[in-house]
Design a protein around this ligand. Structure first.
Ligand SMILES: Cc1ncc(COP(=O)(O)O)c(C=O)c1O
Length: 322
């Protein structure tokens, strides 16, 4: 990062940012890419560039776009949201079809469903992965109903490593994909939106209006390039560690883990009703950081900096916190 060649990315001439954008566009087999500050900004620019105020987006009921992005779809893009029930976070194509409402033919009653957003892996689903067949079917439903199709691929490389599918193949029928370089890939910051040159040109303008134009951004883009070169294949280690942790926790009487959900680097742990906050505190006393999800569940995540010894320590910390 210290040695990165930089320019001015607001003017579009930072060579390291350009290299990162082109690299991800090429990996995903899309025309162009846009470097942004966060996964949230990536989804926000994707939605703003592909909808009009009064449109409606369609997404899973526990998706990050719906739950964790501050209602940005409404505030920044002026769109409403139609929620689809998921099974472990995974939407069924027929449910997506049912959720798409079109303005035309509704005597002006409905908003115009114009964008379908699929999260892969699904965070609140437990880090679950879409099958290629389901991804293709949802994109086909979107096309049939004249909607754009977007993948919130914050962890798309985890999905690729877990399922053995190429990211480009997963994204083949999708208009846009947001990819996080932080999270499991280990870069400190940054996400990239990929899609057609025309869509990315619109997103570039929205990024500026959202205050996301960064000047010598090559310093952080360099970390993204390093992550792509060195940290994709090793995601399988994170998955194996999450699996080991999940199996150990499921065997403890105080905790329940739905092992079917543990497909990548996340472990959602159920504890006694009302006990989540206290459990997070007790674990933190043992040097283990976890996240409260609701009253009776917490989340643990494995990533670049978590070793086998950390997993041993984490299992011991859960044992001591029962
Ligand atoms: C599925 C998904 N999309 C988007 C994001 C947003 O990323 P950021 O925290 O960089 O805004 C997250 C963050 O956890 C996520 O899990």
């Amino acid at each position: 990062m210290a040695g990165a060649t930089v320019g001015d990315d607001v003017l579009g001439d930072d060579p390291t940012v350009i290299e990162l954008q082109n690299r991800l566009a090429s990996i995903l087999d899309k025309e162009a890419g846009l470097f942004v500050a966060s996964g949230t900004m990536c989804n926000a620019t994707a939605i703003r560039a592909q909808t009009e105020p009064g449109d409606e987006i369609v997404t899973e009921g526990h998706s990050h776009i719906y739950i964790y992005e501050g209602g940005g779809y409404a505030a920044l893009s002026g769109v409403s949201v139609a929620l689809v029930p998921g099974r472990m976070g995974i939407m069924d194509p027929s449910d997506v079809a049912k959720a798409i409402r079109k303005g035309d033919g509704s005597l002006g009653h409905y908003p115009n469903g114009s964008m379908v957003c699929v999260e892969n892996t699904s965070n609140r689903g437990g880090g679950t992965c879409y099958s290629l067949e389901t991804l293709d079917s949802i994109a086909a439903v979107a096309r049939e109903k004249d909607c754009t199709a977007h993948i919130d691929g914050a962890r798309i490389f985890n999905a690729a490593v877990a399922t053995g599918q190429e990211v480009a193949r997963m994204a083949r029928d999708y208009d846009s994909v947001s990819i996080c370089l932080s999270k499991g890939l280990g870069a400190p910051v940054g996400s990239v939106l990929v899609g057609s040159s025309e869509m990315i040109a619109r997103a570039y303008r929205w990024r500026k209006m959202f205050g996301g134009g960064m000047r010598q951004a090559g310093i952080i883009a360099a970390a993204g390039l390093h992550a792509l070169e060195n940290h994709i294949d090793r995601l399988s280690e994170d998955h194996a560690r999450a699996r080991r942790l999940a199996e150990a926790l499921e065997s403890m009487s105080a905790f329940t883990v739905d092992l079917r959900q543990v497909q990548t680097n996340m472990v959602y742990v159920e504890c006694e009703e009302g006990g989540a906050e206290d459990l997070v505190l007790r674990l933190s006393g043992h040097g283990v950081d976890t996240l409260t999800i609701d009253d009776s569940s917490i989340r643990a995540v494995t990533h670049l900096h978590i070793t086998d010894e950390d997993i041993d320590r984490t299992i011991a910390a859960f044992e001591a916190s029962q």
